[in-house]
Design a protein around this ligand. Structure first.
Ligand SMILES: [Zn+2]
Length: 238
């Protein structure tokens, strides 16, 4: 079943941390959404792959996604190989999304970097009629890179206002008790002394402040964003 918006990331919980608000906002607007987790989390320090699977399913229900699938690629050993691309191409073709959210190409965890490149390559290859993988050819219209928690000197191309979705985003993150209860950092999120949930709140409030709203999620696109109505542009300049 095709979805409008698909989020792809290395680990279960990555999507919740970086773009759950945007997935919820799309769902609220009547669009269908989906998630691909590339790995099952078998190499994680906390919890087990089985437990993380149950947590991910509960989070997916809260996010209202049409389907959440796992690529079963090796956690902490993710590689952008022919074999891995074939697996991801088949999943992209399955979801046939118009827009795909990928991890930002720079990351502390090597899986995050590889997931970005592997996801982008698979989105391209999925459109090749003669690429040797299952499913019908489909190339997504647009790729968005989730920029949350990155400190690299790139300005977000845009920030999505998730003020109305923020409480539900936090509920989806709280599904991962095995990962986050008592935690003070995770993935790309560095510790500040706060517990992780309050740290996520601080970060999302910061992104929101960039567009003069309570909470936001930042994204980057390679291509320039087209605007048709400059008079309606939000975000006070002075
Ligand atoms: Zn991760």
């Amino acid at each position: 079943m095709p979805v409008h918006l698909l989020a792809l990331a290395a680990h279960r919980d990555d999507v919740e941390l970086t773009c759950a608000g945007t997935l919820l906002k799309a769902r609220d607007a009547g669009y269908s959404t989906g998630i691909i987790d590339l790995t099952a989390g078998e190499s994680g320090t906390r919890g087990s792959a089985e437990l993380r699977g149950q947590e991910a399913q509960r989070a997916a229900e809260l996010l209202g996604v049409t389907e959440r699938l796992n690529a079963g690629l090796p956690d902490a050993y993710l590689q952008n190989t022919d074999a891995a691309r074939k697996v991801v191409v088949e999943l992209i073709r399955h979801f046939a999304p118009r827009v795909v959210i990928l991890p930002y190409p720079v990351g502390r965890h090597p899986d995050h970097r590889i997931a970005s490149e592997l996801g982008r390559d698979a989105c391209f290859l999925a459109g090749l009629a003669r690429y040797n993988a299952g499913g019908s050819p489909h190339r997504p219209h647009k790729l968005l890179y989730a920029l949350a928690y990155r400190e690299d000197p790139v300005k977000p191309t845009f920030v999505v206002d998730i003020s109305e979705q923020f409480a539900r985003k936090m509920a989806s993150i709280r599904c991962y008790a095995s990962q986050f209860d008592g935690a003070r950092n995770a993935g790309e999120i560095f510790p500040t002394g706060q517990d992780l949930y309050s740290l996520v709140e601080t970060q999302n409030a910061h992104y929101g402040s960039l567009i003069r709203t309570r909470y936001g999620e930042p994204f980057y696109t390679d291509e320039t964003v087209r605007v048709d109505d400059v008079v309606a542009l939000e975000g006070q300049s002075m």
